[in-house]
Design a protein around this ligand. Sequence first.
Ligand SMILES: Nc1ncnc2c1ncn2[C@@H]1O[C@H](COP(=O)(O)OP(=O)(O)O)[C@@H](O)[C@H]1O
Ligand SMILES: [Mg+2]
Length: 239
Amino acid sequence: MKQALLSIQGLQASYGRAQVLFDVSFDVQAGEVVTLLGRNGMGRSTTVKCLFGMLPVQAGTVSVGGERVNGMPSHRIARRGLALVPEGRQIFTSLTVEENLVATAHVPRGGHETPLWDLGRVYAFFPRLKERRGNLGSQLSGGEQQMLAIGRALMTNPRLLVLDEATEGLAPLIRAEIWRTLGELKREGLAQIVIDKNVGKLMDLADRHVVIEKGRVVWDGDSEALCQRPEIVHQYLGV
Ligand SMILES: Nc1ncnc2c1ncn2[C@@H]1O[C@H](COP(=O)(O)OP(=O)(O)O)[C@@H](O)[C@H]1O
Ligand SMILES: [Mg+2]
């Protein structure tokens, strides 16, 4: 069987004494786009925090390319090819656009199938960032900050990009641009985990969906299967 790019098995996690994740298990294959669906507070961002070593894994395993990464510090997990576009963007507001992009940039060793991400490629992908290259993060609009957060993640040349509510709080035209961007990255073969409220867009973009309810995976299937189960969408997403 093909080795999954990411495998999460029986993940449990808590904040203090409050357990939030009870049983989260799913895989992501190379090049695959997978969503984490669920209402607010169900544990999607907490799953992401465990994946990136930002919250301890209490039980279960997180493996990247078959190697167990739980317990590793965040920067070592990033070196395994995982990049995060975090909730709330969290760009460095006192650094310029260009400084943000190079701050965590990384070129992995070994053979590369797709062209590497460098400043030139990120600027070609997001011309607006090139225009704003000398501006501070704090001077950017919400949409520009989001593009910067994506560009910064791409500069680590990831194998898996994780986006937590990347279209949140953005104007419709900017949202559309972000969705277009994610579609292009998918066509390039970049695996993604996408968390977003727009289920319709996720159905178009993603290969597979993982529904989380109160810290447990309650359903898992492809877009076609989800389309045929409107009651799942209604019951677990409230739409
Ligand atoms: N830093 C925190 N401290 C304590 N509880 C938290 C913290 N972050 C999230 N929670 C709680 O954990 C649960 C899951 O939250 P979260 O993973 O952020 O949900 P989602 O991303 O699916 O909206 C919620 O009940 C939330 O209130
Ligand atoms: Mg969240």
